[in-house]
Write a new protein. Sequence first.
Length: 76
Amino acid sequence: MRITYDREVDALYIRFGDGPVTTRDLGEGIAADFDAAGHLAGIEILDVTARLDQPNLLKEIVLENLVPPATSKPAA
């Protein structure tokens, strides 16, 4: 997964996969990208700071290769 924020256009993009996509408009300023198999490949949100109502919250974000932590069982 990769999360990026482009300050110049005030857009947040969350990418779940690579490769060619088809974009579907979900509503005003929100679009979803789907891969050839129909799986969600990414989400773009425009005017994100206005939607969050916190203009200074996002300065720059780039997160890559996020892997959830392995669940561990308590020692017996």
